[in-house]
Ligand binder design. Structure first.
Ligand code: 2RA
Length: 342
């Protein structure tokens, strides 16, 4: 039986990507509901050639719904339990439930077995965590990773549709010789904003008392939960960069035993959802302009650390809205359908 599917946050960047992916991957449904906040009610959106009117998301919206694809945002905290109470399985892209022990946090290629433990909600990890673990899980399978140092180069799409628009506006203002008028980055809710065009902002989400940002601490805690290994030392720095869609990351990974680059390269190439793009002679390495709109994550610049024989350095890039959010969540739903878990 084909499921009844609801998309919560249908009009946002991730919500729109859910629709595109449902069409591209021919995700089956017997009925579809597009839900959003009151201000979006009535908007028309086409899916598979059928026009839908966006409805206001309320608890009652989930009556009879089998799968809830939640694009993210604070509304998840309120509506996910209501949806579960009405028999809906929720795949939530918000951070609300990621660290809840009752809620599996899943990258299907990394820890699909955790999906079966769900009690109604399955959490989608943060985009920067997903992209990092797609590159590192194949290495972890060769030898447990003991330490990670990661710097991220995160696309503006992570901050939503408005941030994508803001980058465009700033570039054109700059080219017209006019002042750039930032209103979104680094974080919409904070009183001070900086331009991202021709700039880098080492601040994503809010700072905590330990001088790390929430975005950075997500990479620590989510990595521990997904790999079921709380011994990994993770040192993150997350940075917003003037790129539209892909997140890129420079990673140093130390393993329990020394590995050789060829074994690492082969393991990454064979891992589902990842491709090695690493041919220096022909200037082949992943770049956000080329990894955007793709399903896979791309890994390059794979090289032994110069000083530590148990460490490797590498570079990964992946589409933040696809594998970083909507694709990963939809793949969890695809996995559940394929394993009769819905
Ligand atoms: C960001 N990872 O990039 C966060 C949310 N998508 O802003």
């Amino acid at each position: 039986k084909k499921p009844v599917v609801a998309i919560l946050g249908a009009t946002g960047a991730v919500g729109q990507e859910f629709i595109r992916l449902i069409e591209e991957r021919k995700f089956p449904y017997s009925a579809l509901k597009l839900l959003a906040s009151a201000r979006s009610v009535g908007k028309k959106m086409a899916v598979n050639g059928v026009e839908y009117a966006v409805e206001e998301a309320t608890a009652a919206s989930f009556a009879g719904v089998d799968i809830g694809l939640f694009a993210g945002g604070s509304i998840s905290k309120v509506l996910a339990p209501e949806a579960v109470q009405r028999g809906c399985v929720v795949i939530d892209n918000s951070s609300a439930f990621r660290m809840d022990p009752q809620v599996p946090l899943v990258v299907p290629e990394v820890n699909a077995a955790d999906i079966a433990l769900h009690k109604g909600i399955i959490a989608n990890p943060n985009c920067s965590t997903i992209i990092m673990l797609m590159a590192l899980k194949p290495i972890y399978d060769l030898s447990p990773i003991t330490k990670i140092v990661v710097s991220t180069y995160q696309a503006v799409s992570g901050a939503g549709k408005e941030a994508i628009e803001e980058l465009r506006e700033e570039v054109s203002a700059y080219m017209r010789g006019e002042p750039m008028m930032p209103k979104i980055l680094p974080t919409k809710s904070l009183p001070v904003h900086y331009p991202i065009a021709f700039n880098l902002i080492p601040h994503i989400d809010v700072f905590l008392d330990n001088a790390y940002s929430k975005e950075e601490m997500k990479m620590v805690h989510e990595t521990h939960k997904i790999l079921h290994d709380h011994t990994i030392a993770v040192s993150p720095t997350t940075v917003r960069v003037p790129v539209f869609r892909s997140h890129a990351e420079a990673i140093y990974a130390e393993t329990a035993t020394a590995l050789n680059v060829e074994d690492i390269r082969n393991a990454i190439q064979q891992f589902p959802g990842v491709q090695v793009q690493d041919d220096l002679e022909h200037m082949q390495y992943p770049m956000p302009l080329y990894t955007s709109e793709k399903y896979d994550c791309y890994v390059g610049r794979i090289r032994k650390d110069l000083f530590n024989p148990k460490a490797v350095n590498l570079w990964v890039s992946g589409d933040q809205i696809r594998k970083g959010a909507a694709l990963n969540a939809l793949q969890i739903a695809e996995y559940m359908l394929a394993h009769n878990m819905l």
